[in-house]
Design a protein around this ligand. Structure first.
Ligand code: FAD
Ligand code: NAP
Ligand code: SF4
Length: 676
């Protein structure tokens, strides 16, 4: 047990077996499940996390039958021939000291294919396919399929299974009248609606015997109209427990809910209150989940008795050695998940392999490999620019054994992350800078801050390789009035904190335009005030209503009148992240920000900006105009260095500014470091 986080590292006795600590690595689909040879890579992915000290791992969801698959070729476990590929993975994880449970997930109406089934034929708002209502025979068979999958999972060497009963998937669809309008024994009264999950748990327990972990993921907050009441959730928890569940894990919000549950602006540990409430009613261990990303928050939840275990999923993508670092009292060395979703969930929705923005090795453990340099092959490397790209390159290159010098003209590391971290709701970005600062020290990188590099200064130091990571410069506008004093760039606002008037027009509605709009319309970040955040998103912490939704969300105070504009005719914000863009759009809409597409900028006047929309010219009155019109690469060092015969590489914004984000910057830094 660790002296640093005593509750986190307290073993948990389940009777027939023991967990070595209180952390469950939550289920995440990586996409490797469906790739050729993917299970080999998954074995390394999971066993790396097991080595890092997590007690219990839950796999991504595996369907118990064809119709339950999330997508046409999604992973399924129904036949004995499908067992063998799991075996190596379970053995490798167990050899590394962790336990592993397979999640059984039937997607119901969330299945992204035309053969989907559900309790009733009601289409989900997030898929194009209308499901068929299940016949009674199909229901009974599906229960058997869950039991069959669990039995096969036992054969495959798993320590248990997790039955996915939340997030709006099939089981959840049976539980709520929103999606269950049957009038037979499986619909109508709550007793009937809760029969499907209870029968599944019973059937699974019968199939696997007593010495097998059975986790039930219970939707404690549905956050949709027609969701469960608190009494129903408690009753179901008790039924599931009586039917044979060993652990009750928590589900928060259906996928179709219009309340954010895991994005970065959700306060840390925001939903612990509901686990605390359920824990009073149940006897089996209860797991708290969502936006728990540091050992401190996890320990606090356990120490306050709000849960018996905590689930963290994305934090283990960001840092496989989270638990080991916590045990050693080195939580400042943890690569913290910033809950951006950019490389994990967004990838899953784009049918790409999940990885991590702050840890590009995640799920690429066997492909992006950092081999130590052989003796005598060490190089003296300059990395110019300590933004995300340069930081990543410097750490990996030094860890491989190179002699690395990292330069930045600024007096602090982080590059543009220093502006991102100031945006209300993006407080987590501080953590990435803190993490890199520690890692630079540990890797022995020579850090030179406040030193702008020139061709001469670099040449004078005789580097073997120079990596240009100098980032970008904001694009300036070339229209009449652009030089007027009330026209600011985003750096004037975020870096230099120049005063902003009460009426603001923002030119450019990309990621930065949205962030600047958030910045100028927020007085106090709701992310740092959980009570306010719950009110704004209409979450009823008294749980008086079905789905735990308030009749009316609270209005967030907004000190300014803001217009956000783009030239494209497409929906404003369409280019933002798949799983987070809607949150940004809703937040600004709630604050009355006007979003205009198809705008032609004519000229800026002392009283505002003249624009044409659909051929109609109008003046948008504004005291301040903020330009967020994209960026251009900054790489004037490159050509003269190349001409002087220096070996030069470029990464991040200095390479390509268009569609740049920190995900690419950090990944490119790692990729160049791997081959230096
Ligand atoms: P930069 O971060 O620009 O770093 C370049 C560094 O080089 C700077 O520190 C600069 O001082 C230094 N430098 C330049 N010239 C020299 C020289 N001659 N000598 C020495 N040093 C030099 N991305 C996301 O993925 N997700 C987000 O949510 C997100 N939010 C953002 C919010 C805001 C408000 C902003 C401004 C950006 C955001 N970004 C986000 C973008 C992200 O920060 C950038 O994509 C990323 O920082 C680019 O990394 P980089 O290392 O290439 O460049
Ligand atoms: P961006 O997303 O490319 O947006 C640039 C905006 O400027 C667009 O609205 C564009 O729309 C407009 N624009 C481009 N050229 C223009 C011109 N000549 N005149 C007027 N308007 C012009 O870039 P960004 O907002 O600067 O962000 C930089 C990068 O940081 C982004 O690529 C993004 O990935 C990343 N970032 C991400 C997040 C996030 O939450 N994930 C947040 C912030 C930043 P029109 O051409 O239609 O006018
Ligand atoms: Fe966390 Fe972002 Fe990495 Fe996903 S991509 S694990 S949200 S830091």
């Amino acid at each position: 047990m660790s002296a640093h986080y005593p509750k986190l590292f307290e073993p948990l006795d389940l009777g027939f077996t023991q967990l070595k600590n209180r952390v469950l690595m939550g289920s995440m689909h990586t996409g490797l499940e469906e790739e050729k040879g993917g299970f080999e890579k998954l074995a390394t992915f999971y066993s790396e996390r097991a080595k890092g000290g997590v007690g219990l791992i839950v796999t991504g969801g595996i369907s118990p039958n064809v119709r339950g698959r999330l997508a046409p070729f999604a992973c399924q476990l129904s036949y004995p021939w499908q067992v063998s590929k799991h075996k190596k993975m379970t053995a490798q994880v167990q050899a590394a000291g962790a336990k592993i449970c397979m999640q059984i997930l039937h997607a119901g109406r969330y299945s992204y294919h035309p053969f989907s089934v559900a309790p009733s034929a009601i289409k989900a708002p997030i898929t194009p396919f209308k499901p068929k209502a299940m016949s009674e025979r199909q229901i009974l068979n599906t229960i058997k399929h869950y039991a069959r999958a669990a039995k096969l999972a036992k054969k495959a060497g798993y320590d248990g299974v997790e039955i996915m009963g939340s997030e709006g998937y099939l089981i959840n669809q049976f539980i709520c009248s929103r999606t269950n309008q049957r009038d037979d024994d499986w619909g109508g009264s709550f007793a009937n609606r809760s029969r499907f999950p209870t029968e599944i748990v019973k059937a699974v327990r019968d199939a696997v015997g007593d010495d097998f972990i059975l986790i039930f993921r219970l939707s404690m907050l549905d956050l949709v109209e027609g969701g469960s009441t608190l009494d129903e959730v408690i009753e179901l928890g008790k039924k599931v427990e009586a039917a044979g569940a060993t652990i009750i894990n928590t589900g928060i919000g259906w996928h179709e809910a219009r309340v954010p549950t895991i994005v970065t602006s959700v306060p840390r540990g925001a939903f612990r209150w509901i686990t605390a409430r359920l824990k009073q009613e149940l006897t089996v261990p209860v797991v708290a989940t969502n936006r728990i990303n540091t050992p401190e928050v996890a320990e606090e939840i356990l120490a306050n008795g709000q849960a018996d275990m905590v689930s963290m999923a994305r934090p283990f993508l960001a840092d496989p050695y989270f638990m080991q670092k916590a045990a050693e009292g080195k939580s400042d060395r943890i690569n913290t998940c910033i809950a951006c979703n950019q490389a994990c969930l967004d990838h899953v929705f784009e049918n790409k392999r999940a990885t991590c923005l702050v840890n590009p090795l995640a799920a690429y453990e066997t492909e992006l490999v950092m081999t130590p340099v052989v003796a005598g092959a060490q190089k003296k490397v300059a990395i110019v620019g300590a933004g995300p790209a340069g930081l990543s390159a410097a750490c990996f290159a030094a860890e491989r054994g190179h002699d690395v010098h990292l330069f930045d003209k600024a007096t602090e590391i982080g590059g543009q992350f220093n502006f991102a971290k100031q945006i209300p709701g993006k407080e987590e970005f501080h953590e990435t800078i803190r993490y890199f600062a520690r890692r630079l020290e540990d890797a022995g990188v020579h850090l030179h801050l406040g030193e702008a590099q020139t061709v001469e200064s670099l040449q004078a130091q005789s580097f073997d390789d120079v990596v240009i990571a100098t980032g970008v410069v904001p694009r300036h506008l070339d229209i009449e009035g652009a030089e007027l004093p009330h026209v600011l760039g985003y750096l004037d606002v975020l870096r230099d904190h120049q005063p902003v008037g009460e009426r603001v027009a923002i030119i450019g509605a990309g990621g930065i335009g949205f962030d600047v709009a958030e910045y100028v319309t927020t007085t106090e970040s709701p992310t740092l005030n959980s009570e306010q955040w719950h009110g704004i998103w209409g979450i009823d912490t008294d749980y008086q209503n079905r789905g735990a939704l308030l009749a009316e969300p609270l209005a967030e105070p907004n000190p300014r009148k803001v217009v956000l504009m783009q030239r494209k005719a497409s929906k404003v914000g369409a280019g933002l992240g798949k799983t987070s863009g809607w949150v940004h759009r809703n937040t600004l809409r709630q604050k009355g920000v006007k979003m205009l597409a198809g705008v032609q900028y004519e000229r800026i006047t002392p009283t505002g900006i003249e624009v044409s929309i659909e051929g109609k010219r109008e003046l948008i009155e504004a005291d301040t105009i903020i330009v967020c019109a994209g960026q251009l690469p900054l790489r004037e060092l490159e050509a003269p260095l190349v001409a002087a015969g220096v070996k030069v590489h470029r990464i991040g914004g200095a390479d390509v500014a268009a569609e740049l984000d920190a995900k690419r910057a950090i990944r490119q830094g790692a990729e160049i470091a791997a081959v230096l």
